[in-house]
Design a protein around this ligand. Structure first.
Ligand SMILES: [Zn+2]
Length: 263
């Protein structure tokens, strides 16, 4: 385990990892930031299909041993998933082209759960970021910035989580996320590695112009959506490993994200 961790530290040490964030696996708690994919996985209401798992084999074979296998199909953007820059920027990176340095990096967690509880259309502001920095220090280049709204408590109740679950209609969605001014500060001034959130989108639910997606994609900053367990991470000090299925030409994809948190 220690050998493996050394490899991870080496891989991400290209200027991003501070000494405090060199983690020893034996002294870390591993937190799962992904929801499981299944029949109740939440998708955008306009998604033509959802996650499907079809059984190909399950049981004892004629030769006497047990064998199980399935086939799966899923839209890229549903459940815990990655948004590749191409999702909102022509010529942006596709899923397999995203540098690993953007997906394995130190993370900070900006907590707006209280504000989101009072206003489900809350958008994190530039001031929220600056307030965080006043306490925890300036967000370093190459950091994965996670926004905690507390919304994963609604998962997988699509109506509570998205604000509306009318099939084929995305016009009445309502949930919190990043605001454009916060995104500009993080992406353009702080040069963060990625933006992640525990709601369905890095833009709030009522958005019709997807400004945060466009600001991030324009700088090849990927998005991590429908994350969970952000309440188990410290404001800073965790290392996030967010590796999507490596889809060639993908605009995103299913994502298994974990965090290593110092004990
Ligand atoms: Zn997406």
């Amino acid at each position: 385990m220690k050998v493996l961790m050394t490899a991870v530290v080496l891989a991400v040490s290209a200027g991003f990892l501070t000494a405090a964030q060199s983690l020893d696996l034996a002294r870390s708690t591993i937190v799962d930031l992904s929801h499981a994919y299944g029949p109740s996985t939440v998708f955008w209401p306009t998604s033509p299909t959802k996650f499907e798992l079809e059984r190909l084999a399950f049981g004892r074979t004629e030769a006497g041993y047990f064998y199980a296998a399935n086939t799966l199909s899923t839209p890229e953007h549903g459940g815990t998933h990655l948004d590749a820059p191409i999702h909102f920027a022509e010529g942006g990176q596709t899923t397999e082209q995203i540098p690993l340095e953007r997906l394995i990096a130190p993370a900070v967690v900006i907590d707006v759960a209280e504000r989101a509880a009072a206003d489900r259309d809350y958008r994190a502001t530039r001031d929220d970021v600056l307030r965080f920095e006043k306490v925890h220090g300036t967000i370093a280049r190459g950091t994965i910035v996670l926004l905690r709204t507390g919304w994963s408590r609604h998962w997988p109740d699509a109506k509570a989580y998205l604000g509306d679950d009318t099939p084929g209609d995305a016009s009445k969605l309502s949930f919190p996320s990043f605001g454009a001014d916060a995104a500009r500060l993080l992406v353009e001034e702080r040069s963060v590695a990625a933006l992640g959130v525990d709601t369905a989108s890095i833009d709030y639910g009522r958005s019709t112009d997807f400004q945060v997606h466009r600001i991030a994609a324009a700088r090849n900053v990927p998005g991590l959506e429908n994350l969970t367990n952000l309440d188990r991470l410290p404001p800073r000090g965790a290392l996030v490993i967010a590796l999507p299925m490596k889809i060639e030409g993908g605009s995103g994809g299913p994502l298994r994200a974990v965090a290593l948190v110092p004990k």
